[in-house]
Design a protein around this ligand. Sequence first.
Ligand SMILES: O=P(O)(O)OP(=O)(O)OP(=O)(O)OC[C@H]1O[C@@H](n2cnc3c(O)ncnc32)[C@H](O)[C@@H]1O
Ligand SMILES: [Ca+2]
Length: 497
Amino acid sequence: MSAQRDMKEKNPWHTPVTIIFSVIGVIAIVALVTVAVLQNRPLPQKYKYGIVLDAGSSHTALYIYEWPAEKDNNTGRVEQTLSCKVDGPGISSYASAPWKAGKSLTKCLEQARQKVPVKRHSETPLYLGATAGMRLLNLEDSSASTKVFQAVEEALQKFPFSFQGARILSGQEEGAFGWVTVNYLDDRLEQNLQTRGALDLGGASTQISFVSDNFDGSDSPDNAVAFRLYGNDYNLYTHSFLCYGKDQALRKTLAQQTKSGPGTILDPCFHPGYTETKNYSVLYDSPCVSDRKPQGAPATFNHTGKGNFSRCQEVVKRIFNFTECKYSQCSFNEVFQPRLQGPFGAFSAYYFVMNFLNLTDTSIPLEVVTERLSRYCATPWNQVKEQHPGVKLKYLAEYCFSGTYIVTLLTKGYNFTSENYPNIKFIKKIKGSDAGWTLGYMLNLTNMIPAEAPDSPPLPYAGYVSIVTVIALLLFVLFIFSLRPLWPRCSKHPQII
Ligand SMILES: O=P(O)(O)OP(=O)(O)OP(=O)(O)OC[C@H]1O[C@@H](n2cnc3c(O)ncnc32)[C@H](O)[C@@H]1O
Ligand SMILES: [Ca+2]
């Protein structure tokens, strides 16, 4: 018994001094780690917002973006938090009743008012950018386009956001901001990775934008956009083809077939069994075709489908001019285009159409794509309607043409081949945000992409806390050992007496 008591007395860990120091040490470490964790713990997130209205030729869409409030000019953090499709056609269609253009936007703006917290309303920038529909209206009737903008601005100013104006984007801006969006969402800019080209197919225009090593802008300055983003320089090639969006290209293709003003056209780009009576005045009511309106044509014509892919491709090819090129190389219509390079993202109508046709997988060889399109175009119209009861008839009737146009534009227009066709990815969204020019436009106007790479903390948060903990433990152990002289002496091999 007395021997056991002796042992207890001699155990150094049981002296009051050591116990007190140990308790203090443990409390100190816990306090240190708690303070480090609490101090660095992410606070409940506060967000800032930006709103962009994409006033396209076929429709308008509103997008709300949000980003953490403390990361205004930081990287890769802006995300789309709401999209709202405006009911009705694009604002350019309201030329004869401009006030309706303004009114059409209010429903989506009401949604935005609900979505953005009230205390952020007045600081939330609101932009409206119009694309090819308004470009065409402006060409056709600039005072009508001014009136549409006045009506739209009046409507937007009624909302509590910080309205920054409504304007027409140039084709270069539309192409370049689409490219910025895609590469920003893919984190390719911040990380200085190989960039992805952007292919945008709208209703009235189409854009191609990419970085090519053999393009510095000297060949064709109109197609060059220079950016310095996160400390890297980019010489972007971009071109927008007005009148080569899907709807205007269809008009051009029909115009090709109605040069002589026939009463009936047998159209290989529409399904067999499709037949509609159409108005010549409606078909030619666009600056893309108005100069070719046949003289003395009847008021209407019978538009009848024949469903033949290869003949459709022949007609579609005729809307491109491949004969003239004053540069080393061209896409079409005498437009310079450097050698295609890198991966591409194809969005808007490229995606809608290829998704409907089950052709978004670009590992499907081009020959198989054309075979499938041939079969699809040859399918009788009644059968197509039966197979897709929920699809809008206008879209359904046009998928054969649209698919043929996309394949022709990519291969004959831009010179994609069987080898580099798999470099294209058909995309709708990237990480929850729609691919399109709007995000790039807002990032640019809010200076949210810095020209130089931002400084980042040398350690990530978890690494920082771990290092603090390890050093604290080490200090504690050293501290205990420094108290060694105070430890009661004990023999290495206590003997039981
Ligand atoms: O860029 P611009 O030329 O101004 O036109 P937009 O912005 O209005 O054009 P979109 O990308 O919204 O749409 C491109 C085309 O795709 C059509 N479209 C939209 N949704 C579609 C769908 O589900 N299936 C087929 N076509 C669709 C639409 O009518 C247009 O003709
Ligand atoms: Ca568009």
